[in-house]
Design a binder for this molecule. Structure first.
Ligand code: IPD
Ligand code: CA
Ligand code: CA
Length: 264
């Protein structure tokens, strides 16, 4: 990889800064496991603080850009053509349970188009980054989606709807259809990393419903720049607003969509 672009320096710098904070808090969370109340309040505070760090760093580097952030919502900017889409902590349940699979996700939208994405897991120091037209990278290594064509050889990731969310019955139908056709299904608990791992060829595909723009925006750039494709599960155009997403290479993606669509 050559020199990081100015934009990528801003995005990765912000992610690393917030990542240092999250990592310190993660160490603390591991100690809190044994307390009866558990670390829930502490994690909520860590999440908010990480968002503040990201907001501050990005706003300082690019004054005027708007924001869409999980905790603070939409913050309009004076520059109407740019918007950051930020999840300060994706994989909160993992984080809370001392599992080192969580990430900061930052995407940049320009004139309504996703043009850059960074997904950073500070616990493993995996920094995934991609910019439209410049490829997708894991740290210094160029990424390419897996080349498998045959579903029977594929490992695919998904997300299981949490307690209190809709779609449990439909998910079971989808899982039932997919598990009979693939080599394995994984549920690791961080949608941003699921997409980054598709970009890295670690997963052959991914599907999930009910996601938010901040869960998937950066990962969509990564998958596309790694030569993969994104689909909206119900045939709609705007996956960022419906949150019903599938990802994979040109062979796997249509087969996956065919299996899970119309499941309920
Ligand atoms: C969650 C994770 C999870 C997905 C959930 C998301 P959060 O984000 O991405 O993998 O299944 O739907 O809400 O709450 O950890 O930021
Ligand atoms: Ca999330
Ligand atoms: Ca989150």
């Amino acid at each position: 990889m050559g020199q990081l672009s100015a934009l990528m320096q801003v995005m990765t710098g912000a992610a690393r800064k917030a990542g240092r904070k999250l990592n310190r808090d993660f160490g603390e969370v591991e100690n809190l496991q044994i307390s009866r109340k558990g670390p829930a309040d502490f994690v909520t505070a860590a999440d908010r603080k990480a968002e503040e760090v990201l907001h501050e760093a990005l706003a300082e580097a690019r004054p005027g850009y708007g924001f869409l952030m999980e905790e603070s919502g939409e913050i309009a900017g004076s520059d109407k053509s740019h918007r950051w889409i930020v999840d300060p902590l994706d994989g909160t349940t993992n984080f809370m349970h001392g599992q080192p699979h969580f990430a900061i996700s930052i995407a940049l939208e320009r004139e309504g188009e996703l043009v850059a994405g960074v997904i950073y897991n500070p616990a493993t120091d995996d920094l995934f980054h991609a910019e439209k037209g410049r490829g997708a990278w894991l740290n210094e290594r160029r990424l390419r989606v897996a080349a498998r064509k045959d579903l029977a050889a594929c490992v695919v990731a998904t997300g299981i709807p949490f307690h209190g969310r809709p779609g449990h019955a439909r998910f079971l139908t989808e899982l039932h259809r997919v598990m009979g056709k693939v080599a394995g299904v994984r549920r690791y608990g961080a949608a941003a990393l699921d997409l980054a791992w598709v970009a890295a060829g670690r997963f052959d595909g991914f599907w999930e419903r009910g996601l938010k723009a901040w869960d998937i925006a950066a990962g969509m750039v990564l998958v596309r720049e790694a030569g993969g494709f994104i689909a909206e599960l119900d045939g709609g155009k705007d996956v960022l607003s419906t949150g019903a997403i599938a990802a994979g290479n040109e062979h796997v993606l249509p087969q996956l969509v065919e299996l899970v669509k119309d499941a309920g």
